[in-house]
Design a protein around this ligand. Structure first.
Ligand code: 3PG
Length: 398
């Protein structure tokens, strides 16, 4: 059900769910990747003469207006990228939203204020969510689902509203699903997966599922310390999820039994404190089996970066989710850089998944075109790879 399934949209009010959840420093957007990724669908609706109302969330406000999470700066950036004015409604379904949408001419665009300022959006209570979805649906004649990063959320603007309006899948969601399918159905081999980020507990489902599919699993980032500890090493003050130690042990055993190679870092960059603004970092490289008690691991070391790059060489399919270290700080960015660099040399399908890794490759100055695909979805792409149903997709198929 692509956009054409909606027929002629000229003069119609089309509600587009985009994922505009970008990192902000105050009101400054530090990575606009998701906004840029949202432009093609919006533009094609504009070109078709639709009156486009974009609905999106920013951060996790508590179901009430919170100026720190306003989408106003995002609307301004969208306007720059579209090269056209973008109206902004100061609420999502109230007076301002109604007036703003009513005032749209054919081919004009408005952004509605953060949908999560409304308790109904994320409510677990179907009736409450449904009542809010009714209000959203009143604003439009049709709905386009294009916020890939939120399709794993059963929320009013993602799920319930699609049941209330003629709907279609936007081009971004279609493209993301197509790429992820290639990672799960008959992936070209060797298939190497690189996982990082802070928490093992976020990645359990994916590891579980990929242990049967990938040839190699490279692990870095904050989550690696639970694996190192599971192997019997001391990890000092590093991030550790005690309650996942047994699970990590079982993965190491299962990998051995099934012939999947799990590659863990042999050296780690440590410091005695987590880097903070205004303090000088003191990066020290130590063997991963000798992390001092007063230190915490903040990146994989140079030997490991080279080993990960070597393990990626010749891969035909690669999925990477999660940075290898605290890449925001130069002293702890080399591990993430080494992985990104290795991915640019892949002759096959390389997919960078997850907001953090996507932001990392851009922050480190890599050309996006050097990667096969940079996904806009973090949790969404992981849940797809776990084999879970994505409510925002199934609702479009029903
Ligand atoms: C994301 O950042 O992964 C998406 O925008 C979803 O945000 P959420 O995890 O707050 O639902």
């Amino acid at each position: 059900s692509d956009l054409s399934s909606l027929g002629d949209v000229r003069g119609k009010r089309v509600l587009v769910r985009s994922d505009l959840n970008v990192p902000l420093d105050g009101t400054t957007i530090t990575d606009d990747g998701r906004i840029r990724a949202s432009v093609p669908t919006i533009r094609s609706l504009v070109d078709a003469g639709a009156r486009v109302a974009v609905v999106a969330h920013l951060g996790r406000p508590k179901g009430a207006p919170d100026p720190a999470y306003s989408l106003r700066p995002v609307a301004a950036r969208l306007s720059e990228l579209l090269g056209a004015p973008v109206a902004f409604a100061t609420d999502t379904v109230g007076e301002s939203a109604r007036q703003t949408v009513d005032a749209l001419g054919d081919g004009e665009v408005a952004v509605l204020e953060n949908v999560r300022f409304n308790a109904g959006e994320t409510s677990k209570d179907e009736a409450e969510r449904g009542a809010f979805a009714d209000q959203l649906a009143e604003l439009a004649d049709a709905f386009v689902s294009d916020g890939f990063g939120v399709v794993h959320r059963k929320q009013a603007s993602v799920y319930d509203v699609a049941q209330r309006l003629p709907h279609a899948m936007g081009g971004l969601v279609a493209k993301e699903i197509d790429v992820l399918r290639r990672l799960t159905v008959d992936p070209a081999r060797p298939y190497v997966v690189v996982l990082g980020g802070s928490k093992v507990s976020d990645k359990l489902g994916v590891i579980d599922n990929l242990l049967g599919k990938a040839d190699k699993l490279l692990i870095g980032g904050g989550m690696v310390f639970t694996f190192l500890k599971a192997q019997g090493h001391e990890v000092g003050k590093s991030l550790l999820e005690e309650d996942q130690l047994d699970v990590c042990r079982s993965y190491l055993t299962r990998a051995q039994e099934s012939g999947v190679e799990i590659v863990l870092p042999t050296d780690i960059v440590v410091d005695t404190t987590f880097p903070s603004a205004g303090t000088e970092p003191h990066p020290t490289v130590v063997p991963s089996s000798e992390i001092p008690a007063d230190s915490l691991g903040l990146d994989i070391g140079p030997e490991s970066g080279a080993a990960f790059a070597a393990a990626l060489e010749g891969a035909k399919t690669v999925f990477w989710n999660g940075p290898m270290g605290v890449f925001e700080v130069d002293a702890f960015a080399d591990g993430t850089r080494a992985v990104a660099q290795a991915l640019t040399a892949i002759d096959g399908l390389s997919v960078v998944g997850g907001g953090d890794s996507a932001a990392a490759v851009r922050k480190l100055g890599f050309d996006e075109a050097a990667f096969g695909h940079i996904s806009t979805g973090g949790g969404a792409s992981l849940e797809y790879l776990e084999g879970k149903e994505l409510p925002g997709i199934t609702v479009l198929e029903d």
